[in-house]
Structure formats: C-alpha cells, structure tokens
Design a protein around this ligand. Structure first.
Ligand code: FES
Length: 317
C-alpha cells in the first residue's frame, strides 16, 4: 500500500522528554486505515529517515481521523527522535505507512498481563484501551526509572484504576521484581514492550512457558543479527534472477543489488516491512518479528537480517 501524506495537527508533552504527535491526512478527503491495538506505522521523516511508532489512539481506531504516536527523546538517537522533538512542529508534513500489526492481542487470551518499560508503554496503552472495551481481565505493570518520564500515566490511572501497577525505580529504590510479577497469577497472555534488558529478563523467566503465551515487541535489535554467515546461492524465482549472497551481505542487500525493488524500513529485523515468501531453503531466522511457530514453517523470512543455512535460498520475488 502506498504511503499517506500527513501533517502534524498537534504536538504536546506527555512526560519529561516524551511528546505526543497527532497526524492527519494532508488531503481531508483521504481516509486513514483502521487499526487494532499493537499496530505501528512507519513514519518517513523529511531527511529520508524512517522510524516505527506504535499507534496509541485506539478509541477511534475503526475510522480514525488522525493517528497519535508518542516519541521519547533518545540521547543515542540516529536522528529520528531528535528530528521529531526539535525540528518538526504543528503543520510539518510527513508520510506514513498504513498500520501494520505484529503485536496484536490474541483473542484467546483471557487473563492478561501487560508489562511496559519506559516508552514501551505505547502499544500497551493501546492494548489497555482495547481490553477495557472488550471487558477482558488484565493488569498493566508500568515500570520506568523515574515517574516523571512515564508517558500517558494519568490517562492510564483513569483508564485502568487498580489494574495499573506503577513501579518507578527512583521512588521504590530498586527495580521491579519481574519474576514475582510474572508468577503472581496464572496469566495466559503476557505482552511486554520495553528496553532490551527487561525483555531479555522476561524471556529468561518464561523460557519454559507454553508457546504463544509470551509476546514481546522490541524497539532495538540484537547486534548479533548482523553477524556474518556462510555464503549461499540466492534465486528470485518470480524475477528469474540468481546471485550469491556474500558472508557480510544481507539477503536484502543482494535483492537490491539485483535491481529488484523490495519494501523495507528498519533493516534490523524488527518492523516486518521486508517480509518475503520462501520457496526453498532453510532459513537462519534472526528477526524479532516472526513467532517461533511462523519461523518453524520456513515459509517466510525477513531478508534484512535473516540468512540461509542451506546451500540455496529461493524467494518468491
Ligand atoms: S526492514 Fe524491518 S524487518 Fe526487515
């Protein structure tokens, strides 16, 4: 689907170093696609940067007049968050993708815990809104180093009441005990988004839990996803093209080298926009997008990071 031209209609502080940005179509007759909690959009910034942000305004998600995102100022920013904070203002024009949802709620989950770390609250705020609408039992655990940096905190207090547990390290004097929180109830759905350390800890604690119970959304990739691998043959079946993928080259790089246009955004295995169908070959999955069950089918891959562990990879491109 083609990008949508939007303009910033509102920009306001949500917490220290976190701003909300509302985006509406430049052309008032354009309709924004509907979305569900957990969805994100690619935001293409004016200087060619592209970043993914979760949509937070689930209240009007079936026929949205605008999208709302929240952006934290990131000291280690490669340009995206600084541009959103310092250069863009009400009236600035951008383009955004249609919403994509890699982190949706599983309707079979009926006893849910949402665990947010810092700005990772954004998809979980949307989920809390959706779960309230659907009358599903849940608890939201919101952790951050400091309460002053917690976006949507007042909205969450009003929405969730005693279903919200806030843990600000600077007030409590210690980080949250994730092990105790996860074992507090027999959750059948765990949804977590936040810093890598928090998500890795949750993965360790739940390593032997049933498949499908724990879902996470990461906003930074493990650097190991770009580690070189073996050389293998690549065939793009629909294009009738062949090449070899070098040890330090990604499959996406090779596709582009062959002159085939293929969509991408993050190039880090976290956004899902480069998904490609696999016809033949054993994929060495390195993305954080596909579930283990999806990876096991060997029918799709994220060519920006995933490679091939057999001699030849054939893609439906
Ligand atoms: S470009 Fe984002 S997962 Fe490949």
């Amino acid at each position: 689907m083609t990008d949508i031209a939007v303009k910033i209609t509102a920009k306001f502080a949500l917490a220290r170093d976190v701003v909300a940005i509302r985006l509406a179509p430049v052309n008032p007759s354009d309709r924004l696609p509907a979305f569900e909690a957990g969805a994100h959009i690619d935001v293409r910034l004016t200087d060619g940067l592209c970043r993914q942000y979760s949509l937070t305004n689930v209240g009007d998600s079936e026929a949205p007049a605008q999208y709302e995102i929240a952006v934290a100022r990131d000291a280690a920013s490669r340009g995206g968050s600084l541009a959103m904070h310092d250069q863009l203002h009400v009236g600035s024009r951008l383009s955004v993708s249609a919403p994509r949802n890699l982190f949706g709620l599983d309707p079979s989950h009926q006893r849910i815990v949402l665990i947010a770390g810092g700005i990772g609250v954004t998809p979980l705020y949307a989920m809390a809104q959706q779960l309230c609408k659907q009358n599903v039992q849940f608890q939201l655990i919101f952790c951050a180093r400091s309460a002053v940096r917690m976006a949507y905190l007042e909205e969450l207090r009003a929405l969730c009441g005693d279903r919200l547990l806030v843990h600000a390290d600077d007030e409590r004097g210690h980080p949250i005990d994730l092990d105790a929180a996860l074992r507090a109830q027999p959750w059948d759905g765990v949804y977590a988004c936040g810093p890598t350390g928090m998500l890795d800890a949750i993965a360790d604690i739940t390593v032997d839990w049933a498949p499908g119970v724990v879902r996470m959304e990461r906003f930074t990739a493990d650097p190991a996803v770009h580690a070189p691998g073996a050389v293998f043959a690549l065939e793009l079946r629909a294009s009738g093209l062949h090449t070899e993928v070098a040890a330090n080259e990604s499959v996406l790089d090779a596709i582009e080298r062959l002159g085939v246009a293929h969509s991408f955004s993050c190039r880090e295995g976290i956004c899902g926009s480069c998904e490609a169908g696999v016809i033949e070959g054993t994929v060495d999955h390195r993305c954080a997008v596909l579930s283990q069950a999806e990876k096991d089918t060997q029918q799709m891959m994220m060519p920006c990071v995933s490679r091939c562990s057999s001699e030849k990879l054939v893609l439906n491109l």
